[in-house]
Ligand binder design. Structure first.
Ligand code: MN
Length: 135
């Protein structure tokens, strides 16, 4: 009885994994260079509101300059990353925390001599496109 109720509202169980077990994809979007992503948490594992992604930017690489409705909450794990926002640029590094509001233009660029890694959220209940294609 209790279990049936839980399933009917779509509650899922705790999910634990290792980052190494999450497949990494090259970001092929126009304007991206030397960027890879692992979709750590998303709808496919039960996360109904957010995706948590781990981005890796190789030396000299960058994400596309973009703006969109969803916010980003970012935590830098390693490297030196130039974060370009609206009329503002900062160089962030390990343990720096960044918030990109809705519709603010943004771009991440590796300006150091080691790989950049950062965690970044995306507010969406969608499964990432690249995972959908695999069926
Ligand atoms: Mn973005």
């Amino acid at each position: 009885m209790f279990r049936v109720q839980i399933e009917s509202v779509g509650v899922t169980a705790m999910y634990v994994t290792k980052v190494e077990k999450v497949r990494e994809y090259k970001v092929t979007e126009q304007g991206a260079y030397k960027v890879r992503v692992r979709y750590l948490l998303h709808k496919g594992v039960g996360a109904k509101k957010l995706q948590l992604r781990l981005f890796t930017i190789d030396v000299g690489g960058y994400t596309p300059l973009e703006r969109h409705a969803h916010e980003h909450e970012v935590f830098v794990l390693q490297g030196r990353v130039l974060v370009r926002g609206r009329g503002k640029e900062v160089v962030a590094g390990s343990r720096d925390v960044i918030f990109i509001p809705s519709y603010e233009e943004h771009q991440f660029k590796n300006v150091g001599d080691e790989t950049v890694e950062f965690l970044c959220t995306k507010e969406t209940g969608e499964i990432p496109d690249v995972l959908k294609k695999r069926g």
